[in-house]
Each structure stands twice: as structure tokens, then as C-alpha cells.
Design a protein around this ligand. Structure first.
Ligand code: ADP
Length: 277
């Protein structure tokens, strides 16, 4: 009778609900695992400079009557303190770019400005290694987005190119307009950073965008690296509706490419801050 008909209607609905609940739980568990991993990694990464600072301060006290040694230890303390500062800053940057609301204060950002800023930021280190930085950009390219985050992303790519390259090599930064794949979409801005550095093996190429992943932790630390730079780049690209990819040949060099939607062409001049954003 009627009871059977009702339960026959409810049963498939019920099993779908259970399925949805199970999927939700799995996703929640995955997010929780990622969070726990991140906290464990952060704690580990913080312990290294803090431990070094603690040892060095003891060394300074022990060396009180040897001014030269005090100077040496103080210098190393400064290096560790700088590392700690940049680690904390990058953790803050990363949590900011993971925030879904990043584009609420979006504005038109000129690509030439981003490139100039990234070059400026790395000039000192590049000069000290006699690395030449060459730029070639299509003028007047504009991206719609968060200026600070876009600058941090490109800055990280150029910084890596300089850090993971031997002396007297060349770092190239190019920007141009390309047609978006498929039809209907507007144009993309493609910004690529090419180096003649150590390169990245195929196995590592898949992992370098993970948080705290470093091919060679000792080398990364020596250049003040935190292992967070590329994960920040990846999040910035994604939150701007774009992507970052890498090409590399071991021992020859790497090219990191950012592709981001160009502003002004396919988009309205004023962004719609509606719920779809
Ligand atoms: P880090 O702070 O260690 O540079 P990133 O997240 O920026 O962290 O990069 C992760 C790792 O990817 C680096 O430790 C390095 O091993 C590798 N890597 C990044 N950029 C380059 C590059 N241009 N050439 C070679 N290796 C690179």
C-alpha cells in the first residue's frame, strides 16, 4: 500500500544523502589532515632558526672576552633573525592568498610596473652574482587583480631564478598577450621568467609548488628560502583565474610561466562585486 510507496521514494533519496554525507566527511577529513600537516611543518620550520638563535646567544655569552668571536656570532644571529622574519612574513602571505576574498580590493595592475618592481627587488642579489636581467614586454598590458599579491608572485619567480642560477648567467622576464584557449574567453597575459640555472628534475617538477617542498633544503636555506614561495605563486595565480606552469631541463635552466586574464578587454571596466566573484 501507501507505506511501501513512500519508503520506495525515500530510500534512494536516503542513500544519496548518506553518500553526500560520506563525501563531506572525506573532504572535511582531507582538509583537517592538510591543516595538521601545515601546522606540523610550520612548527618544524620555526624551530630551526629559533634553535640556532638560542645556541648562538649562548655562544655570544661564552665568548664575552673575545670581541671578534662576539661579532661573528652576532652576524650569524642576524642571518637567523632575518630568516625567521621572512618565514613569518611568507606564512602570513600564504594565509592571505588562500583567503577567498582576495579580489575584493582588486584594481587594474600594469604588467610593466610588476616587472620593474620584481627586477628592482632582485637587482642587488643579481648584481652580486653578475647575473644579467633582461626584460622584454608588450607595452600596456593590464591585469585585473590584487597589486601586492601579483607583485609578490612575480617577485618570487624572479628571486628563485636568481637564487638557483650560477654566477654570470642571464635571467629573462618576458610578457606578452596570448589568445585564451577555447573560444569566447578574453585574452591572457603570459609572463615568463627564464633562467640558465640548475634546473628541476621531472620528479621534482610536480612537487615544487607544494608548501615547504624544497629540492635541496640546504641550498634553499643558504639563499634564505622558505619553501613557501612557489605555493604562494600558485595560489595567487589560481585566485586571479590563471595558472602557473614550469618547464625545465636539468642543468640547463627553467622557465616559470604565469598566465592571467587580461583586464579591460573581455571584462567590464568596473568589476561586479556580486556573489559570483
Ligand atoms: P624556496 O624558498 O626554497 O625557494 P620555493 O617554493 O620558491 O621555495 O621553491 C621550492 C623549490 O623549488 C626550491 O627550494 C628549489 O629547490 C626549487 N626551485 C624553485 N625555483 C627554481 C628555479 N628557478 N630553478 C631551480 N630550482 C628551483
Amino acid at each position: 500500500g501507501e507505506g511501501l510507496a513512500v519508503s520506495a521514494r525515500v530510500a534512494p533519496l536516503g542513500s544519496r544523502l548518506v553518500l553526500l554525507l560520506v563525501e563531506d566527511l572525506t573532504e572535511a577529513r582531507r582538509i583537517e589532515a592538510v591543516r595538521r600537516d601545515f601546522v606540523a611543518n610550520v612548527s618544524h620550520e620555526l624551530k630551526t632558526p629559533v634553535g640556532a638563535l638560542s645556541l648562538l646567544s649562548e655562544a655570544v655569552m661564552d665568548a664575552a672576552d673575545d670581541p671578534e668571536a662576539v661579532n661573528r656570532f652576532a652576524g650569524r644571529m642576524q642571518v637567523e633573525a632575518t630568516r625567521l622574519t621572512s618565514l613569518v612574513q611568507e606564512i602570513i602571505d600564504l594565509s592571505r592568498v588562500q583567503d577567498d576574498d582576495v579580489l575584493t580590493d582588486a584594481e587594474p595592475v600594469t604588467v610593466d610596473d610588476l616587472v620593474a618592481e620584481a627586477v628592482d627587488r632582485c637587482r642587488q642579489r643579481a648584481n652580486s652574482k653578475q647575473i644579467t636581467m633582461a626584460t622584454g614586454t608588450t607595452p600596456d598590458l593590464v591585469i585585473w587583480g590584487n597589486r601586492g599579491q601579483l607583485a609578490a608572485a612575480l617577485g618570487n619567480l624572479v628571486e628563485n631564478a636568481v637564487n638557483y642560477s650560477p654566477a654570470r648567467t642571464r635571467v629573462g622576464i618576458a610578457a606578452r598577450r596570448i589568445a585564451a584557449p577555447g573560444s569566447g574567453g578574453g585574452d591572457l597575459v603570459e609572463i615568463s621568467v627564464t633562467d640558465q640555472g640548475i634546473g628541476i628534475s621531472e620528479k621534482d617538477r610536480e612537487r615544487v609548488f607544494e608548501r615547504f617542498y624544497r629540492v635541496d633544503p640546504a641550498r634553499s636555506r643558504a639563499t634564505g628560502g622558505t619553501g613557501l614561495g612557489l605555493s604562494i605563486v600558485k595560489h595567487v595565480a589560481a585566485s586571479h583565474g590563471g595558472e602557473v606552469t614550469v618547464w625545465s631541463a636539468e642543468g640547463q635552466g627553467s622557465t616559470f610561466t604565469l598566465r592571467l586574464p587580461e583586464a579591460g578587454r573581455a571584462r567590464p571596466a568596473e568589476p561586479d562585486p556580486g556573489p559570483d566573484d
